[in-house]
Design a protein around this ligand. Sequence first.
Ligand SMILES: Cc1ncc(COP(=O)(O)OP(=O)(O)O)c(N)n1
Ligand SMILES: Cc1ncsc1CCOP(=O)(O)O
Ligand SMILES: [Mg+2]
Length: 388
Amino acid sequence: MNTLLGVDTMGPVRCYIGLGANIGDSRATIAEALKRLNELPNLTVDTVAPLYRSAPIGYTEQNYFINTVAEVSTTLTPRQLLTALQQIENDLGRVRVMRWGPRTVDLDILLYGEQTILEPELQVPHPRMTQRAFVMVPLADLNPGLVIDGQKAQLLARRLAEEQEIYAEQRRYKDVVKKMNCNYSLYLVTDRAILEGRDLYHAVEAALQGGVTLVQLREKHTSSRDFYQIALGLKDLTCKYQVPLLINDRLDIALAVDADGIHIGQEDLPLQVVREMLGPQKIVGYSVANIEEAVYGERNGADYLGAGPVYATQTKSTPIEPLGVEGLRSIKEAVSIPVVGIGGINVRNVSQVRRSGVDGISVVSAILGSFNPANASRELYTAWHKKD
Ligand SMILES: Cc1ncc(COP(=O)(O)OP(=O)(O)O)c(N)n1
Ligand SMILES: Cc1ncsc1CCOP(=O)(O)O
Ligand SMILES: [Mg+2]
């Protein structure tokens, strides 16, 4: 890379970014920082280590830190990357008061490819990284064989973990990466009634082969035990196709099968409670039928909104008048999180729905009502991606 001109001539560079926080809801702040990192132009978060809790070093009269390390690929120059990280820190409320003092979030370039940078503002490899368990332990999770200053990351991590106070947190932040990369464009919501006895797994697998990007298991009249078993089976299937699985309504089932998230509506458990119990790393979808509900959803932790019904539907009885494309557009314009339309969407009206500006279509009968769900999904996929 030609760093003088800031021009990329060599393709993306693999970098490691250290993240730490100890003010407020540190886990949520780290999740938000990772999301913003992944939204940077010319940068992709490839993988994130588990979270660790570590004792403060230097100034010890402060909270324990939550730490992790992200592996990213980027065509940003080291300087551009540093500026972008500082911008995220500032946007998330970091105020620089004291060296090694408490912080809302701290983002450090640990390694930038194989480069060594010795500038007053930027030193890479990070000068103290091989002395810190909270850096080396998550870094060794991502790349145990990595050699820094002639020493293997895994060996350094083991030694430092014995000397310094560091605890593994339960939540796996690989989920955050999955959530950040969630594709809402063709979202299948299941309903076994529509299958009229055909096998759910076969139908969902066919839909996945046809291009479905997200699946919601929606079981309205099933015992908890059966719901759980079906969810486990669907989780295996969606994992095989690397497509996230969300559970309709039931927080207990979503937790029990470690689903990628949940979809709840106006009559389900309160959004804030669901977010709190599921944690920041999981996807929470929220049903809305007007702008007020949409704004509420965005402010209270929803990752995306299911807006509908867009058209009349036989699949769910609802007293709500269809929103139409204009109603859908007004909801999309009122928020900045992804919005999918739902209700009566099929291959004939999908291009109209797309023109409202939403991020995807959510469908039941247009896929599961077909004897060939793979073809039906393919047609919807093509229609969604068709240029006007
Ligand atoms: C993507 C999506 N959008 C909306 C809904 C409807 O949710 P809700 O209003 O809670 O109704 P039920 O689906 O629970 O009957 C949804 N499921 N998915
Ligand atoms: C669950 C739900 N929520 C609003 S409309 C709807 C059903 C959508 O089904 P279909 O795609 O068959 O119209
Ligand atoms: Mg519901």
